[in-house]
Design a protein around this ligand. Structure first.
Ligand SMILES: Nc1ncnc2c1ncn2[C@@H]1O[C@H](COP(=O)(O)OP(=O)(O)OP(=O)(O)O)[C@@H](O)[C@H]1O
Ligand SMILES: [Mg+2]
Length: 606
């Protein structure tokens, strides 16, 4: 038999290697931006079409390349940034592998135009799927323009794997934000489909954060600055009261490179101690400068992970620096987290329901007066007559439809014991309730999440939800990426009771909110909801509407640890059993455990 092993042609090897470096348009954006930064550019312009699927174009005013280098730049392992293995210990550039352009050229149609500042003519190289189509002199501006068309045109599997334009555009914006935050001294712009998304002049880090995340972010920042022999740390952390329910604006830069590091993140969170509301995450924008010899950045193909030779010291310094910053700005005394309260609503003199929920939650459901009556399930309509919260009433009455009972016959409200006096709270977390043939242990948070989720889904299908009009309409400003998402979701947000319309760059005017949004917290509520929404859409595939219902519901569902009154517990149990899928949270986690009489009897068998 003859030999069977052969070396793969370069184009195939490049395509395989590209899979590691370029997973989506945003990875190409990251590589191109970093090359422009390494070239010493002071102005970098990015143009994106169809979320980078059809076109990415980046122009810089950096050092440019010679004709030969322009061609060489597409070879694998071709780099001007290191010469030997020793150089790996002193890297200050973003690139060093010499793989990015070779990878991009293997899976796209690429045109590179470049000229060094002292040269009279420049060069154009056209390369498609690793094959050079043309390479010739050309007149062009000093610096480099690189155009990447039809990414993954020759890797259909990868192309099909790409997510919707919104998701891919968001990844691009995230990469862009990271590089822009790493280098505030460079001017950056981003255009998508002909529209300006960012125009960022050279600035300080604070100005850059404000330019990216909206003017509201200015007041939320606490400066961090510390210098030791090992490292220097500079930047900002967010005030604890602005902490988000999901990880959002968390940025670490090491020698100007964005890195993801759970250990460092822990150091920051730890510095906040008990200042953070439960289940929330602080924002931070922290730059660390240290001797490159003390870090290894070559441990991950996309260079977003690092290894420190003395990680314990780095951890301690980061933690101390953040703690010091929070202390210096006397964050602690100004904190005003609401103490634990009963979930019971308070009725104001005007009769409207006030918000009882504590820190981290913006809205509470407004439970109606629960009338103590025998035979409650059969008299639901009567029981809930005259309540103020129309939508709540609707959720009760709808639950009685025959179709719902058919979907889940064994879970409908008939399960509840006729008269249900036996209901109590366990560990401020669970509700124990007697049901017809045993008992139910209900997780209060998951149950509330399920109830609200179904309510919001219904609301979005129902066209005539009325928002509670604000006395004074207010303008809310968001980051560009959030603005884009909110714009797409406007019709559904409207149905949830957020009456808002576009109002200039990155802003909306808010005319009305759902009745249970606390005044003054509107922006925060919407931001938290969108954070959650973004988190969901990058993890699981679901419709925008479902995602929004989940995000809104999760955002405002009561936390565990909340003391509940008998009345509220009853309402929650009733409402849960009225849901079409009462036994699971929208994420599929159990909301309740049933223990049947037989099981109990079995356990007590002599
Ligand atoms: N915008 C640019 N301006 C000037 N030179 C550039 C530019 N982009 C790329 N180059 C040159 O092309 C070379 C190859 O770029 P490429 O991104 O493939 O590798 P790298 O940046 O050296 O390493 P890495 O793969 O880690 O990014 C660079 O080393 C640099 O010399
Ligand atoms: Mg590079």
């Amino acid at each position: 038999m003859h030999d069977i092993i052969s070396i793969l042609p370069d184009s195939v090897a490049n395509q395989i290697a590209a899979g590691e470096v370029i997973q989506r348009p945003a990875s190409a954006v990251k590589e191109l931006l970093e090359n422009a930064v390494d070239a010493g550019s002071t102005v970098i312009e990015l143009y994106v079409k169809d979320s980078g699927k059809t076109l990415l174009q980046l122009t810089d005013n950096g050092c440019g390349m010679s004709g030969t280098d322009a061609r060489m730049s597409f070879e694998r392992h071709a780099t001007s940034k290191i010469k030997s293995a020793d150089d790996l210990h002193s890297i200050r550039t973003m690139g060093f592998r010499g793989e990015a352009l070779a990878s991009i050229a293997a899976i796209a149609q690429v045109e590179l135009k470049t000229r060094r500042h002292d040269d009279e003519t420049g060069t154009v190289v056209v390369i498609e799927g690793s094959n050079v189509v043309s390479h010739q002199p050309a007149s062009c501006a000093a610096g480099t323009t690189i155009i990447v068309k039809n990414l993954f045109y020759n890797v259909p599997a990868r192309r099909n794997f790409l997510k919707s334009n919104t998701v891919e555009a968001r990844h691009i914006i995230e990469e862009f934000q990271r590089v822009a935050l790493a280098h505030p001294e460079i001017s950056f712009s981003l255009q998508q489909n002909g529209l300006d998304v960012f125009n960022l002049p050279a600035a300080s880090l604070r100005q850059r954060i404000v330019a990216l995340f909206g003017s509201g972010s200015n007041d939320k920042l606490v400066p961090v600055s510390e210098e030791t022999t090992l490292m220097k740390i500079d930047g900002f952390t967010g005030k604890p009261e602005f902490a988000k329910k999901t990880r959002g604006e968390q940025f670490f830069f090491i020698n100007k490179r964005y890195v993801r590091d759970a250990y460092l993140n822990h150091a920051v969170t730890n510095a906040f101690d008990e200042l953070l509301p439960r289940d929330s995450y602080p924002s931070y924008f922290l730059h660390i400068e240290m001797d490159p010899a003390r870090i290894d950045i070559n441990i991950h193909p996309t260079k977003t992970e690092v290894k420190f030779d003395d990680d314990h010291s780095v951890y301690a310094i980061v933690r101390a620096a953040v703690k010091h910053a929070l202390g210096q700005f006397s964050i602690t005394p100004s904190l005003d987290f609401e103490p634990e309260k009963s979930f019971e609503p308070h009725l104001s003199s005007s009769g409207s329901v006030m918000k009882p929920l504590g820190a981290g939650t913006a809205r509470a459901i407004s439970p109606p007066e629960f009338l103590q009556k025998k035979n409650e399930q059969k008299e639901w309509r009567k029981v809930f007559e005259g309540i103020r919260d129309e939508s709540l009433r609707e959720s009760f009455t709808q639950s009685e439809t025959a179709s719902q009972q058919l979907i889940n016959p064994e879970w409908n409200a008939e399960l509840l014991a006729e008269n249900n006096p036996l209901i109590f709270q366990l560990h401020k977390k669970y509700i124990i309730s007697q049901v017809n043939s045993g008992l139910a242990v209900i997780n209060q948070q998951a149950a509330h999440y399920r109830i609200l989720y179904e309510k919001f889904l219904r609301q979005m299908e129902n066209k005539d939800v009325v928002a509670q009009q604000q006395l004074f309409p207010q303008t809310l400003e968001f980051s560009s990426s959030d603005f884009e998402i909110i714009r797409e979701l406007l019709p559904d947000l409207h149905r949830l009771g957020f009456d808002m319309s576009e109002f200039g760059k990155n802003s909306f005017v808010l005319n009305g909110t759902p009745h249970d949004v606390e005044q003054g917290r509107e922006q925060q509520v919407i931001e938290q909801m969108i954070e959650q929404y973004k988190n969901n859409s990058s993890q699981v595939k679901m419709s925008a509407r479902e995602n929004l219902a989940r995000s809104d519901a999760k955002n405002i569902a009561m936390p565990s640890g909340k003391i509940l009154s008998q009345r509220v517990m009853k309402i929650l149990v009733e409402e849960l059993f009225a849901c079409s899928t009462p036994y699971q949270s929208p994420e599929g986690k159990p909301t309740l455990v049933l223990i049947s009489d037989e099981e109990l009897e079995e356990k007590f068998k002599m």
